[in-house]
Design a protein. Structure first.
Length: 307
């Protein structure tokens, strides 16, 4: 992991009269991260993003971006950030090319036609460069929105729910684009999403917040490896296999059965041991399917914080 911090938040708090939307929040985003920003509705995600972009001021706490105080270096820092908050805005009766050209000009950026076409190619819209945006699907508009964030070649890209409302194909296109921007273009991505499967597939590090406070932060792999796995064993004779399990110490790890599967909750190290146990008892195994998911982990963390 790169040790250079791109975002460093300490004790961040935002109060709206009697509501504390963000409460003493800490988080760290490192160079090259695809950072998943997770939390249930009302957890304070959107409020935090607005503070990162100086759209609202914190009540207290400190934000550093690129190792500089955000309040003291606002203009310089924002010039290196590209962001989509909620949905991107366009001139619907103008072409994709014209929208990017106008945005560049109004932002004071001297941009060439080749550069605009390069950005459209990155997001897979080069063949529709001359089409009016009103003819675009929702997924195409989201990709054009990401092209907008790239106009000034930012180091950090902040995306707030970029796959909301998309069909599976549209979600895959955005997911592939985020991975490309991270791995091929070297961008640091701060990604807020409620679609946990998407975060699990693309994020390198993540944070879960609830009631405006940090619950866990770390690598996706590391956090998920701390949890017991739900593991399906597909066996040739489920009835016999279940009978053997019920007479053994493995019974305490058994959860349920369905079709040809027996479901267990196991530590990673116990999977091989249970496999050997089945083989020693002449139970043939057709498949072993780990079912650990970010969704299970997320629900565990947020349910714990509500009790």
């Amino acid at each position: 992991m790169n040790s250079e911090k791109i975002i460093e938040v300490k004790g961040l708090t935002k109060k709206f009269k009697n509501l504390t939307a963000v409460n003493n929040l800490d988080l760290n985003v490192y160079k090259g991260d695809v950072f998943g920003f997770l939390g249930p509705n009302g957890a304070g995600k959107s409020t935090t993003i607005r503070m990162l972009l100086t759209l609202i001021n914190p009540t207290s706490g400190n934000i550093k971006i690129f190792n500089k105080d955000l309040k003291e270096n606002r203009k310089e820092i924002l010039s290196q950030i590209g962001a989509i908050v909620e949905k991107p805005d366009f001139y619907l009766y103008l072409t994709a090319y014209k929208n990017l050209e106008i945005l560049a000009k109004t932002s004071g950026i001297d941009i060439t036609k080749n550069k605009i076409m390069e950005m459209l190619e990155v997001v897979g819209l080069e063949e529709r460069y001359n089409s009016k945006v009103k003819t675009f699907s929702h997924g195409m508009k989201q990709r054009l929105g990401i092209a907008q964030t790239l106009i000034h070649d930012p180091e950090l890209i902040i995306l707030d729910e970029p796959t909301v409302g998309l069909d599976p194909q549209g979600m895959k296109e955005i997911r592939d684009l985020i991975i490309y921007l991270s791995k091929e273009k070297g961008k640091t991505i701060f990604l807020s999403s409620h679609i946990l499967r998407e975060i699990e597939l693309i994020a390198t590090r993540m944070i879960i917040i609830d009631k405006g406070t940090t619950k866990v932060e770390g690598t996706v792999e590391g956090l998920l490896n701390e949890e017991k796995l739900k593991v399906k064993f597909e066996v040739d004779n489920k009835t016999e296999a279940l009978s053997i399990i019920q007479k053994s110490d493995w019974q305490q790890f058994y959860l349920s059965d369905e079709k040809d599967f027996l479901l267990f909750q196991l530590d990673k190290k116990d999977i091989n041991e249970l496999t050997k146990y089945f083989i020693n008892n002449k139970i043939e195994i057709s498949a072993i399917i780990p079912m650990r998911s970010l969704e299970d982990y997320f629900l565990k963390i947020t349910e714990e914080s509500s009790t």
